[in-house]
Design a protein around this ligand. Structure first.
Ligand SMILES: Nc1ncnc2c1ncn2[C@@H]1O[C@H](COP(=O)(O)OP(=O)(O)OP(=O)(O)O)[C@@H](O)[C@H]1O
Ligand SMILES: [Mg+2]
Length: 191
């Protein structure tokens, strides 16, 4: 059962959303406070975050950034009563899944939530399949049981996900090309 975090400083809105989403069969945590939301996000894995944009102190964009920091694949939907294009554009730039303007009907929201979760499920499945596939071509070809080699195998997984340039150094025959190929295979840019 997917778990959703609802963040809205307005009690009536928060309660309505909790009831609606629980009724849809989701597990729901709700909080009125952006800072508390960030704590929850850091300590628990949410499948989706639904947050108000305008909140005192920690606003929806901060909640969005926090959620993306913990897990970039978590869909975040922002709600606002002051739906301006600029807000929407900034939220989308920061990686929001979508944007919904208050007042909205709950049916529209549920469609949006269902689609976001379905999308997330497919992305996760895709990642898993790709990793399984890569295990045959990337790191799996590297032989080595000592601490340094194990450390290196972890390190290349990390650097492969970044866009940084990587310099491989070592004596002839120590596996630079092997590691270069593994980094390439693990990279999001390998295509
Ligand atoms: N840790 C390892 N596990 C499995 N095979 C390895 C490992 N290290 C090196 N090899 C194998 O040894 C050979 C030489 O490795 P590689 O070509 O990657 O070395 P290199 O550092 O690029 O050498 P050079 O500097 O001469 O180009 C390759 O066939 C490679 O697959
Ligand atoms: Mg070489």
């Amino acid at each position: 059962m997917p778990t959703i975090l609802v963040v809205d400083d307005k009690d009536s809105m928060r309660n309505m959303l909790s009831e609606t989403l629980s009724g849809e069969g989701y597990r729901v945590d709700a909080t009125s406070d952006g800072k508390r939301a960030l704590d929850l996000i850091r300590n628990k894995a949410y499948d989706l975050v639904l947050t108000d944009l305008k909140m005192p102190d920690t606003d929806g964009l901060a909640v969005l950034s926090g959620a993306k920091e913990v897990d970039n694949e978590t869909p975040v939907i922002l709600m606002t009563a002051y739906g301006t294009i600029e807000d929407a554009v900034q939220a989308m730039k920061l990686g929001a899944y979508d944007f919904i303007t208050k007042p909205f009907d709950t049916e529209h929201l549920c469609v949006l939530v269902n689609r976001a979760l379905e999308n997330r499920r497919m992305v996760a499945e895709n990642t898993l399949l790709r990793e399984e596939l890569l295990a045959d071509h990337g790191v799996a070809n590297i032989i080595g049981k000592n601490e340094k080699m194990i450390e290196l195998c972890g390190l290349i997984q990390k650097v492969a996900k970044s866009d940084a340039s990587v310099l491989l150094q070592g004596e002839s025959g120590t596996g630079k090309e092997l590691f270069a190929r593994a980094i390439h295979q693990l990279s999001n840019r390998r295509e």
